[in-house]
Design a protein around this ligand. Structure first.
Ligand code: DER
Length: 219
């Protein structure tokens, strides 16, 4: 599909950010899957990877790419990941694929976060896509009540257990005026593990695929 072609183009453009001899941080989702497949052809340009999900780990290993434990990686120059939404400040909503916690951890460690998206993800305002919130299972109802007080409409992503054994609430209809502030408020709710607002640590570069090719946008 045209969207897949855009995802593939954005993913392949991210190869330019690889640093020979370094470990590359790898996110999760269909756009990143194109990046993983492209990495397989450039094994000489990096040492190995750290991964944000079991799904990405398995795809990397299927290509014979070594996957390291993040605790054993001192330096992470680049992290490549997709997003569900990204704005002009390169703030994102992520977590559609359920991997938000490990994605956010690797993003925290990485020097440069390169976000690869098709143009449908580029938005003027965050929050049309429901904001995923990973919660400790026993706290689900309490967290949902607190989210309602913040103006959100939480929906339990039933049947989904994250790689960390937690549950996810997808929060609809947040009126996001200040994404960085709302991210901090969500983090304060006891029982919240991670929320899908990547606003305080945003991307450093966005590679946006359009019908006319890919654009590299910085904040
Ligand atoms: O779950 C995530 O954060 C993924 O990066 C997701 O937001 C992007 O998935 P896609 O590349 O399949 O659209």
């Amino acid at each position: 599909s045209p969207q897949d072609a855009q995802k593939k183009a954005a993913a392949e453009a991210a190869l330019d950010f690889l640093q020979p001899g370094s470990v590359v941080g790898v996110g999760t989702g269909s756009t990143v899957n194109f990046f993983i497949d492209a990495l397989a052809q450039r094994k000489h340009q990096f040492e190995g990877a750290v991964s944000s999900s079991q799904a990405s780990t398995e795809r990397l290993q299927a290509h014979g790419i070594e996957v390291f434990d993040l605790n054993n990686v001192a330096e992470l120059p680049v992290y490549v990941d997709g997003a569900d939404e990204i704005n002009e400040h390169l703030q994102m909503v992520k977590g559609g694929g359920g991997a938000l916690t490990r994605e956010k951890i690797i993003a925290a460690v990485a020097d440069k976060f390169v976000c690869v998206v098709d143009e449908s993800k580029w938005v003027g305002r965050l929050g049309t896509f429901p904001v995923p919130v990973e919660v400790i299972p026993m706290a689900r109802s309490y967290v949902a009540r607190q989210i309602v007080k913040l103006g959100g409409d939480p929906e339990w992503r039933q049947g989904v257990v994250t790689d960390n054994g937690n549950w996810i609430l997808d929060v609809h209809h947040f009126d996001i005026l200040n994404a960085a502030e709302l991210e901090r408020q969500l983090n304060q709710i006891t029982g919240v593990v991670t929320n899908g607002l990547f606003a305080n640590r945003n991307a450093d570069v966005a590679i946006v695929a359009t019908a006319n090719g890919t654009e590299t946008r910085k904040r």
